[in-house]
Design a protein. Structure first.
Length: 103
């Protein structure tokens, strides 16, 4: 029976289970270090044992940082008609790849 959890990091929520590898917004820490993520909910695959936080649970989810990386390059263009205004900038999000160790 697999345990699932909903965790929150970087203003977003992710559905994870043990040994999952996910890419989240940058976490300021070195690779191979451990971090704790806030757990919002926990349940099993048969949905018999469901725990919901109000708003969070007391337990934390243990994760290990695998690497720091950058996302795909985005092209951000601003344009106003009839006034010769054009502006183009690039953007690459800084990301962190983590592995869920323990729920």
């Amino acid at each position: 029976m697999a345990k699932y959890a909903v965790v929150k990091t970087g203003g977003k929520q992710y559905l994870v289970k043990e040994n999952d590898e996910i890419i989240v917004e940058k976490i300021e820490s070195k690779p191979a270090s451990n971090v704790e993520l806030v757990k919002l909910a926990e349940f099993d695959d048969e949905k018999l044992n469901l725990q919901l936080g109000t708003p969070v649970l007391k337990e934390k989810v243990q994760a290990q940082i695998i690497s720091q990386l950058k996302g795909d390059k985005l092209r951000v263009a601003k344009f106003k008609a009839k006034v010769r205004y054009r502006k183009v900038r690039g953007f690459r999000a800084r990301l962190t790849k983590i592995r869920i160790v323990k729920i």
